[in-house]
Design a protein around this ligand. Structure first.
Ligand code: FAD
Length: 438
């Protein structure tokens, strides 16, 4: 069999692999995309995309494909805390610089539609049903060993990408260590005709045993999912109690009449995301709790970052390793913000500890009083904003609002000195009323 050569080989045709293939091909690179076999409808995974993901898909000419496949627009998030009315509604159009809508679509429809479209692009070759067994990305003669249609082949390339998802075996074989957090389970149902209180919005329901999420995945279908702690049974009634009516009845019906899906969730942070000519993208490069729905925004950001770093230089003989250093550096800050914010948000919204209940009151108070605060929070959650100092500023604002919600006086003199601003300036920055002492 003649030896094959491509500029880049990608292992994995989920959203990270598909978008990376489209972005690299748009830079003029010849790409081989290998997908071992897309998971079936049974897989519970990402469906709600924040506006930054939708914007990048639009840039790659892929957004219309998902709209045509039945995707629905998402306008923001409604947050409930056990009552019949939302404690807060966060709108994407309050986020500075953001596209106004994201998109939601059932996971299997999403991945299938993207892969089909990307495979039709010039310079992309799709090997469906092909597993990349090994990537030798560090030798003088870099190549990958791939099993396709029962035959093992060696294919040469300059750039190797693992888009294999969080369980990436090629990342492990490259000696990249990972830190893995505690795991839990997400149990999900599709609710046909589900009457969500705020159509077109993602819903977070706090106040139950753990986090619960719901959003439309099609015009007449809602996805609902519940987090279940490791080793515990799914206690449907405990979650149903926190859902507002009539949505609660719709979900109860779906739970009794349909078979649910289940997926393990855990945070994962690799120590690095490149080695030699290998780049790791998407969930293979790290993932967090799904409550913030940041996974696919990160997958698409990785695709763009990698293509931008590599550019057309690879074809002109430039060393791809320098480009990968740029790629790794570029994602470090946003990833740090994401892995800090994700678990903090889950704790703040769902933990029953007195400290977190206090913080939650501060969060709701802040969101009810400040449009800027709502925009800043949703900007961070949606990954539109990734700067660490913005996250710290917003955290400080929530803490101050938590104390004010308790009727306390707040002494901000240390913060005033640290920020080098006047008390009034700091008050305006944190959207505080005149009720605090400096
Ligand atoms: C319950 C749950 C809910 C979530 N909700 C959201 C949400 O609402 N919004 C959001 O943005 N994110 C969400 N996420 C996260 C989101 O699902 C992931 O970020 C996203 O799917 C990761 O895509 P990926 O392409 O990196 O990996 P994957 O989707 O895991 O795709 C990897 C692909 O690689 C293939 N593969 C693996 N190894 C090889 C190999 N060696 N050779 C060839 N092919 C291979 C696999 O078959 C698979 O198709 C959720 C996750 C979970 C678990």
């Amino acid at each position: 069999m003649p030896e094959l050569t491509f500029d880049a080989i990608i292992a994995g045709g989920g959203i990270a692999g598909s978008t990376t293939a489209a972005a690299l091909a748009a830079q003029g690179l010849e790409v081989l995309l290998c997908e071992a076999g897309l998971p079936s409808e049974k897989r519970l995974a990402g469906e709600l995309m924040h506006p930054p993901a939708a914007q990048r898909l639009e840039q790659l000419g892929l957004l219309h494909v998902l709209e045509e496949a039945g995707g629905v627009a998402v306008h923001g998030f409604a947050v409930y805390a056990g009552g019949d009315a939302a404690e807060a509604i966060l709108h994407y159009d309050e986020v500075p610089g953001s596209r106004k809508t994201g998109l939601a679509i059932e996971h299997a429809d999403l991945t299938r539609a993207l892969l089909k479209e990307v495979a039709s692009r010039p310079r992309v070759t799709l090997w469906d049903g092909a597993r990349v067994l090994e990537m030798d990305a560090e030798s003088h003669s870099p190549s990958a060993r791939i099993r396709h249609e029962g035959v093992e082949r060696t294919v040469r390339a300059q750039l190797f990408v693992s888009a294999e998802g969080r369980g990436s075996g090629l990342r492990e074989r490259a000696g990249i260590e990972v830190e893995r957090g505690e795991s839990a389970r997400m149990v999900g149902y599709r609710v046909h005709g589900g009457r969500l209180p705020h159509r077109g919005y993602g819903h977070v329901f706090a106040g139950g045993p753990a986090s619960a999420l719901a959003y439309q995945v099609a015009e007449d279908e809602v996805r609902v999912m519940f987090e279940v702690a490791e080793g515990e049974e799914f206690d449907a009634e405990a979650y149903l109690a926190i859902l507002p009516q009539p949505f609660r009845d719709d979900v109860r019906r779906a739970i009794s009449e349909t078979k649910g899906q289940s997926s393990r969730i855990y945070a994962l942070t690799p120590r690095r995301t490149t080695r030699g000519r290998l780049a790791v993208v998407g969930d293979a490069g790290g993932c967090v709790h799904p409550l913030t729905a940041s996974g696919m925004a990160f997958c698409t950001a990785d695709a763009m970052r990698l293509a931008e770093a590599v550019g057309g230089g690879l074809r002109r003989g430039k060393d791809v390793r320098q480009a990968l250093t740029r790629y790794e550096r570029g994602r470090r800050g946003p990833m740090r913000t994401r892995v800090t914010l994700g678990p903090a948000m889950v704790e703040a919204l769902c933990s029953a500890s007195p400290e977190m209940e206090l913080l939650r009151r501060g969060l709701f108070r802040y969101w009810s009083k400040s449009s800027r605060g709502r925009g800043a929070s949703l900007g961070l959650l949606s990954t539109q904003e990734a700067r660490g100092w913005v996250m710290l500023r917003e955290y400080a604002a929530v803490c101050v609002h938590a104390l004010l919600a308790e009727g306390r006086q707040v002494d901000l003199s240390a913060a005033v000195a640290l920020a080098g601003r006047s008390t009034e300036q700091l008050g305006r920055l944190l959207d505080l009323p005149g009720r605090f002492a400096a």
